[in-house]
Design a protein around this ligand. Structure first.
Ligand SMILES: *[C@@H]1O[C@H](CO)[C@@H](O)[C@H](O)[C@H]1NC(C)=O
Ligand SMILES: *[C@@H]1O[C@H](CO)[C@@H](O)[C@H](O)[C@H]1NC(C)=O
Ligand SMILES: *[C@@H]1O[C@H](CO)[C@@H](O)[C@H](O)[C@H]1NC(C)=O
Ligand SMILES: *[C@@H]1O[C@H](CO)[C@@H](O)[C@H](O)[C@H]1NC(C)=O
Length: 393
């Protein structure tokens, strides 16, 4: 046979079978085919769970749970693995939580658990129906359901979706590794209680990239046991800013280490970048932390370490905090502060902060009480470059 024809035949065979057959192996499990009504009133959780279970167990190739456009009411659901392989959830519709509190037996609405390899993508929205629950939590002390809990899950990408009006946290990442939030939008009003954007605890290698977070509590909060967390290109505000903590509240808390927050903008937030610990006997550490290239616009407390954290008031300060804070860099942080003490570093007399660096800080106080100030207690470290307010280290 002519070698050219041979090559042609070979190409035709490869092109026909190669990409086409691997594409054919992808399988969609569309919630509409499992009985989802999408009228926004009927509980579609059974259809979602049935579609998830079949997708998760599907062994014929790539698997996807597909939620097409439409409005779905979904009662609390647990999407559990292990699955036969990586699973994608594509959300194009609007999924709403119930407003009736009695439907929640757990402190979350949508839970992903025991999964290795998960992608959640699409242009859709998860609506936690927070306004129905917030009035019952004016004290900020009730445990309302979180919208999405990601627990014991590895290798996860959450992309492009929107979380709206969660009852409490929008996302809670717990005991999970290699999780990335990319281009995610998080929205709730300034005054909504405990609506943290993304809370991370006992988790490693979590990235929050190019997200827009406008909420009532911390934009990203990093709790005990978190390691290697990267927050990049995030807009935060309104909200309470980026925070580590609170730490030192519960027994046996693991350390927080390796947090990098870079290239972010904070707008009309209560805090900019913050580390908060309780006064208690409980020992742990937070170290290897950097806040770099942060723009503060109209922020109440742009740079703050608070080792006498006590939101409800009435705590004893005796004995100080036993959480050691060390190796923290604040670099290239500029913009405006609505409080006069723009740099507020209140560490613990028991374990003073070590190796805190202020590098190129330029924060202007917008009020009329006088020039911007910094305030330090028990801080060891150094200041370099521009220092406005003048450094107290
Ligand atoms: C996730 O990774 C951790 C650490 O490697 C491992 O112990 C755990 O079993 C993994 N979980 C899943 C669901 O893959
Ligand atoms: C400044 O932030 C506060 C909230 O802390 C907000 O109420 C106010 O509207 C903001 N002002 C401007 C000019 O953005
Ligand atoms: C001080 O902290 C910086 C991070 O800001 C770190 O790179 C450096 O190694 C620390 N220095 C010491 C002596 O531990
Ligand atoms: C500085 O911090 C100390 C200790 O918390 C506090 O007593 C003092 O009032 C603060 N000063 C200003 C100007 O806020």
């Amino acid at each position: 046979m002519d070698s050219k024809i041979c090559l042609l035949l070979f190409s035709v065979l490869v092109l026909a079978n190669g990409p086409a057959s691997s594409h054919a192996q992808e399988k969609d499990f569309n919630v509409r085919n499992f009985g989802a009504v999408a009228d926004g009133k009927t509980d579609d959780s059974k259809a979602f769970l049935e579609a998830w279970n079949q997708a998760c167990q599907y062994k014929g190739g790539d698997r996807r749970l597909f939620i097409p456009s439409g409005t779905y009411l979904v009662w609390p659901v647990e999407f559990k693995g292990p699955c036969a392989g990586h699973i994608t959830v594509t959300l194009e519709g609007l999924v709403k939580a119930p407003t009736d509190q009695s439907t929640f037996s757990q402190d979350n609405w949508i839970r992903f658990q025991y999964i290795n390899g998960l992608t959640i993508n699409g242009k859709g929205t998860l609506d936690g129906e927070g306004p129905s629950a917030w009035p019952s939590n004016e004290c900020g002390c009730k445990t309302l359901p979180q919208s999405v809990r990601i627990s014991s899950v590895n290798n996860t990408l959450i992309q492009s979706i929107t979380s709206l009006n969660s009852k409490s946290f929008h996302f809670n990442v717990f005991s999970s590794n290699d999780v990335e939030f990319r281009d995610v939008r998080i929205i709730a009003p300034d005054e909504s209680p405990n609506t943290d954007g993304i809370h991370i605890g006992d988790a490693s290698r979590v990235k929050v990239t190019n997200c827009d977070i406008r909420t009532g509590d911390d934009c990203v909060s990093v709790g005990p046991g978190s390691k290697d967390i990267e927050v990049t290109g995030v807009h935060c505000g309104p909200g309470h800013g980026f925070s580590i903590g609170s730490l030192g509240k519960y027994e046996n808390e693991a350390d927080v280490s390796g947090l990098s927050v870079r290239d972010c903008t904070m707008e009309s937030t209560q805090n900019g970048v913050r580390i908060k610990t309780w006064v208690s006997q409980l020992k742990s550490s937070a170290y290897g932390i950097e806040f770099v290239n942060i723009e503060m616009k109209n922020v109440t407390n742009p740079i703050i370490i608070d080792q006498v954290y006590c939101p409800g008031g009435g705590c004893s300060t005796e004995g100080g905090s036993n959480v050691q804070i060390k190796d923290v860099l604040f670099s290239n942080i500029h913009g405006t502060s609505t409080s006069q003490v723009a740099v507020d570093l209140i560490c613990s007399p028991t374990v003073p902060c070590q190796n805190i660096t202020l590098d190129n800080i330029n924060l202007a106080y917008t009020g009329d009480k006088g020039p911007e100030q910094s305030n330090c207690s028990y801080v060891n470290g150094e200041a370099r470059g521009v220092q406005n307010p003048p450094s107290c280290i």
